[in-house]
Design a protein around this ligand. Structure first.
Ligand code: NAP
Length: 240
């Protein structure tokens, strides 16, 4: 049985990834932070639809070290890790305080890379897959989301380097970098703001979470064993 840890499984992109992986026979560790209700609903559906697979919820706040230690302790066997957790804040860089930047750093970079360090020894088979859900902003940057853009760039930079270090172990390390996706992360957009962004996107719309998930799933396919160290942009032709 193949096990994946899906971080941010209670989110819209992570939830789509979890559902699609379950559909392909994977057993899952489902990391969430606060949204217990959403995870419980998912667990009921997954257990009904895929009774022979295992689905294990893991509550973890990436900004709390003790919580991260508990997550590591709960994981035994693993074939893939997907990082689809994290938040952003929309304001001028001059308005960010140190704590806000620290939290985002822990969510997007520090905790994920320390998890990789702790969990890579738990990869059970002769192959392993690590996928970050990054952002096109990691490449091109965005005004009003400066720390977020920097941290998304750091995810891609980690992928570039770590992929080289573990390639001989048949572990692939990649980043799937969306543009704008229809998720709760963008729930505060006014209709006008959403239309303005849509007008900039050649596809004329935000991505659906399933359109990001399909690329992640492709990277987890056994036949994708030669794709590593890549950032794959999924942005409807918008910025990259
Ligand atoms: N939506 C977009 O336009 C877009 C574009 C490019 C990249 N992305 C990236 O895609 C990933 C998923 O975003 P999404 O759009 O699916 O957002 P979402 O629906 O808001 O999901 C965010 C997820 O992150 C988890 N999370 C938040 N704070 C956390 C913390 N301190 N510790 C651990 N987990 C935490 C949430 O858990 P709870 O809900 O349980 O608290 C939730 O599972 C993020 O990395 C985001 O940067 C999104």
């Amino acid at each position: 049985m193949q096990f994946a840890l899906v971080c941010g499984a209670s989110g819209d992109i992570g939830g789509a990834i979890a559902n699609d992986l379950a559909n392909q026979g994977w057993s899952l560790y489902l990391q969430y932070n606060q949204n217990t209700e959403r995870i419980n609903e998912m667990l009921v559906k997954l257990a009904n639809n895929f009774p022979k697979q295992e689905f294990i919820p893991v509550k973890c706040d990436f900004t709390k070290q003790k919580s991260v230690k508990n997550l590591v302790a709960q994981i035994f066997s693993l074939d893939a890790i997907i990082f689809a957790q994290g938040t952003s804040k929309y304001k001028l860089f001059s308005e960010f305080n140190e704590n806000e930047i620290e939290s985002m750093w822990l969510e997007h970079v520090r905790t994920p890379i320390m998890l990789v360090q702790s969990l890579v020894s738990k990869f059970s088979s002769k192959t392993g897959r690590i996928v970050f859900v990054g952002s096109v902003y990691g490449a091109v940057g965005s005004a009003m989301e400066v720390p977020y853009s920097m941290l998304k760039g750091a995810q891609s930079a980690f992928v570039n380097a770590y992929a080289k270090e573990v390639a001989s172990l048949n572990i692939t390390v990649n980043c799937v970098a969306p543009g704008a996706v229809n998720t709760k992360m963008n729930k505060d957009f006014t209709v006008e703001e959403q239309v303005n962004v849509e007008n900039e996107i050649p596809m004329g719309r935000f991505a659906k979470p399933a359109e990001i998930s399909s690329v992640v799933l492709n990277l987890l396919d056994a036949r994708s064993s030669y794709i590593t160290g890549q950032t794959i942009y999924v942005d409807g032709g918008w910025l990259k």
